[in-house]
Design a protein around this ligand. Structure first.
Ligand code: 4NP
Length: 160
C-alpha cells in the first residue's frame, strides 16, 4: 500500500504552466504532510524549449507567493501515458495531443484537464500566458493554486 500516486502535469512548452502546477501541487502536499504519497513531474507537448529552465515570469510570480519553481523542459513521451497514474493537461490542445499518444500505447493513465478541479472555473482551459504580460501569470497562478488544492482533496479523499 506504499505505492505512490504518479501525476504528470502537461502544457505546450513546459516552461510556464506545467512546471508551476508541479511546484504548487508538491508544495501543497508538503504542507499537508503527504508529500511522500505522490510523485509529481511535468512535461510539454512541444520540444520548443527542451532543456530550458521555467520561464522567469512564472518563477517570479510563484516566488512572491512562497513557491519555488524549478526544472528543465522536457517533451512528453508515449511511455508517460503508461507509467503515470494521472496525466493532467492545461488546455484542450494539450489534451488532444495526449489523447493521441494515449491511444498509441493504450496507456493506463487517466487524462484530465486541470480546471476540472477549479471551483471558480469560468472556462475549461488554463490560459497560455506566454505571449501576454505579467498579469497573465498572476491569473494562471490563482487558477493553478485553486485547482491543485481541490485535486489534492480529491486524491486524498479517494474521489479522483
Ligand atoms: P507553457 O507556455 O505551455 O505554459 O509552457 C508556453 C511556452 C512557450 C510557448 C508557448 C506557450 N512557445 O510558443 O514558445
Amino acid at each position: 500500500m506504499s505505492e505512490r500516486t504518479r501525476i504528470l502535469f502537461v502544457c505546450l512548452g513546459n516552461i510556464c504552466r506545467s512546471p508551476l502546477a508541479e511546484a504548487v501541487f508538491r508544495d501543497r502536499a508538503r504542507e499537508r504532510g503527504v508529500a511522500d504519497r505522490f510523485e509529481v513531474d511535468s512535461a510539454g507537448t512541444s520540444g520548443y524549449h527542451r532543456g530550458a529552465p521555467p520561464d522567469r515570469r512564472s518563477v517570479q510570480t510563484a516566488a512572491r507567493r512562497g513557491v519555488e519553481v524549478t526544472g528543465a523542459s522536457r517533451i512528453v513521451v508515449e511511455e508517460d501515458l503508461a507509467t503515470f497514474d494521472y496525466v493532467i493537461a492545461m488546455d484542450a490542445e494539450n489534451l488532444s495531443e495526449l489523447d493521441a499518444l494515449h491511444r498509441q500505447v493504450e496507456g493506463r493513465a487517466r487524462l484530465h484537464r486541470l480546471r476540472e478541479w477549479d471551483p471558480e472555473a469560468d472556462a475549461p482551459d488554463v490560459p497560455d500566458p506566454y505571449f501576454g504580460g505579467d498579469r497573465g501569470f498572476d491569473d494562471v497562478h490563482d487558477i493553478v493554486e485553486r485547482a491543485c488544492e481541490a485535486l489534492l482533496d480529491d486524491l486524498l479523499g479517494g474521489r479522483a
